[in-house]
Structures are given as C-alpha cells and as structure tokens.
Design a protein around this ligand. Structure first.
Ligand code: ATP
Ligand code: MG
Length: 201
C-alpha cells in the first residue's frame, strides 16, 4: 500500500515536471507571423496535408488561395469542395508534363499559373496560400527559384504559404519555418492497386 502511494507520488511529480517544461516552451513561443511550410518527400500525404491545412484555415473563416501545378485536367476532390467555400484556385491548364512532352507549352502554362499565384502572394487579404507541386516547376526550370524566393520573402507578414512536392530545393527548405518530409514505407500502387477516387485524388 505504501509502495503504491510512493509510486503515485513519483508519477505525479514526474508529470508536473513535464507540464512545467511544456508550459515554459509555450510561453517562450511568442512570435506571431505567417509561416512558410514545405512538405516534401517520396511518401503519400503531401498534397493532402497542404489541403488539410487549407481546410483548417477555411474552418476559421480565413481566406485561402491554391495554385495547382502539374495536376492540370485532373478531377480534384478538394477543389470541388473548397471552391464552393470561397477558396481561389489557379490551375495549370495542361496535363502532366510527361503527357504533353512540350517544354515550351509547359513553361508557358506554369508561368501563367505562377502569375496568378504571385498576385495571391502579394495580397494581404490571403491568410493561407498553398502552392501544390511547385517544387517540380523549380526543378524543371519552368519557374525561376529566385522569383519564388522573392515572392515568398516579400509576402504580407501574416500570410502563411505551403509548398508541396518531392525533391524540394535546398534553398526553399532553408527558407522555410517548418519542413516535413513524408517517407514512403509502402504504397498500394507498388502492389498494382489503382489510384482511388476520394483517397488519391
Ligand atoms: P496525396 O495527394 O495523396 O497527398 P502526395 O501529394 O504526397 O499524395 P504526389 O507525389 O503528389 O503525392 O503524387 C500524387 C499521386 O501519386 C496520389 O495519387 C498518390 O496516392 C500517389 N503517390 C504518392 N506517393 C506515392 C508513392 N510513393 N508511390 C506510388 N504512388 C504514390
Ligand atoms: Mg501531391
């Protein structure tokens, strides 16, 4: 009985210490600013995470914009839902680059979408801007890295930006406040399972 009482007291003391540490860290985090997030890596979940954040912001009545690079003509569940909730979409008109195999056309399409995104990044009324699959535009040279960096650096101070896509440029990761890398452990596609509406798009 005495043993159990001692155990309970030690547990309580340990938990109190944890609580004190957490409280101190919460108190120390006093900066308020828009965030720049990069979600990269080879695993599934980058775009869904970006859209999850947009849905979160919309749920708080915030204004959001989405730039979709590469996806092109795909039917997109998130777009179907979020456009009717006042989210602005700038969508690349062409399909996947490996379908079109036309660098000039892809560059023009990327630039067109990027021009719309730059407007959002310069507009203080946007709380959150998602730039989905932007990493590839930089890798393929369709959009200049310097331009992306400048637009992100010069955005309104309270605006948050999310960039998704594999192989994020080191400079973007250095610039970001938060970087998450989604690791592929396994994916159904590797077992011959078709992409599934509602889960994959
Ligand atoms: P999601 O849109 O599901 O969050 P994602 O943005 O992380 O995925 P992308 O590289 O943009 O991944 O790929 C989009 C499509 O490819 C989705 O249908 C997704 O399920 C699929 N996918 C993602 N990762 C893998 C993988 N490691 N192997 C095969 N297919 C994948
Ligand atoms: Mg994606």
């Amino acid at each position: 009985m005495v043993d159990q009482t001692n155990k309970d007291e030690r547990y309580k003391a340990r938990q109190q210490k944890v609580q004190e540490k957490v409280n101190a860290r919460v108190e120390a985090a006093q900066k308020e600013k828009g965030l720049f997030l990069v979600i990269t890596g080879n695993g599934k979940g980058k775009t869904t995470s970006g859209f999850g954040t947009v849905a979160r912001a919309v749920g708080h009545g915030q204004k959001c914009g989405v730039g979709q690079f590469i996806k092109g003509t795909w039917d997109c569940g998130e777009r179907n839902l979020l456009e009717s909730h006042g989210v602005t979409f700038a969508v690349m008109a062409t399909g996947f680059t490996w379908d079109t195999q036309d660098k000039k056309a892809d560059t023009a399409a990327a630039q067109e979408t990027w021009a719309e995104c730059k407007k959002m990044l310069a507009d203080g009324s946007y709380d959150v801007v998602l730039l989905d699959e932007l990493t590839y535009m930089v890798t393929y040279g369709y959009i200049e890295l310097d331009e992306v960096v400048a637009a992100i650096n010069n955005r309104p101070v309270m605006q948050s930006v999310i960039v998704t896509g594999r192989g994020a440029h080191r400079t973007l990761m250095e610039l970001a406040d938060t970087v998450s890398e989604v690791r592929n452990v396994k994916h159904a596609f590797e077992n011959g399972v078709k992409a599934r509406k509602g889960v994959d798009w």
